[in-house]
Design a protein around this ligand. Sequence first.
Ligand SMILES: [Zn+2]
Length: 308
Amino acid sequence: MDAPPSPFAAPGWTTRFAPAPTGWLHLGHAGAAAWVWGAARAFGGRVLLRVEDHDRIRSRPQFERALEEDLAWLGCEPDAPPVRQSERDALYREALARLAGRDLVYVCDCSRRRIRERAPGGDAEELRYPGTCRDRGLAEAASPIRRIRLERTEVVFADLLLGERRQVPADQCGDLAARDRDGQWTYQFAVAVDDLGQGVDVVIRGEDLLASTGRQVQLAQLLGRARPPRFLHHPLIRRADGAKLSKSGRDTGLRELRAAGWSAERVLGAAAAAVGLLPAPEPLAVPALAGLVRAALARGGAAEPAAS
Ligand SMILES: [Zn+2]
């Protein structure tokens, strides 16, 4: 039987699972893993594990050890040794220097408060940097904050599950911070550099990040990517009260569920149901995820979320 063509990329494509070691893994992570490993196993992809510890203040080694153990317990084995953002400082510096060489980077010393005061509109879902320091010519030593000039352009991308989307990052967030007040690389900058450097073709992640995909595409282009990665945004697990699961959600922590006697198959099945891969929870192992992701893509969307 011929395998169906991959909707993702050429055979041998690469995706990543990229948790931050700032807390314990919970059911939401297992749901994300179900999409990532399911898609990779269904369509000939490779999964990289990227430990997103760019936030040096909140990241903890014990969370990193725990997340690797928890993934192994679930049966979600990455296809290469893990990579840590904390070990990639030279790459981020080099990428920023390349952009600076094209006059795309400037020093900013704005506090959040100053940005809030000067931000136009203020419908508050996101703070748009109003470009205060664009032409101030601040010296390097004035502040650790570095911003990247974003030309005002509409970014069009086709989400593999949700279809075509259009975003204007310059209107959403303004010039992007690459490094923050604490001298730390920002999430947006670090992952764009990593996805380029690691050859990530397909980014599979929760729909809570959908609003920032346009800037990822624009950043990828600025960094010199001829072809930005493709994106699939999957449904998130939500509690009955509508709140996104937090890392402190002890009731759904994988370690708590395991301690309460849940098998890995039961956890994976519950997670798969909650992120639209199954109509109702049933125990399953990683190989079964491939068929579920195929079916979800064939439906053109996620399954009706399981009633809870
Ligand atoms: Zn500024």
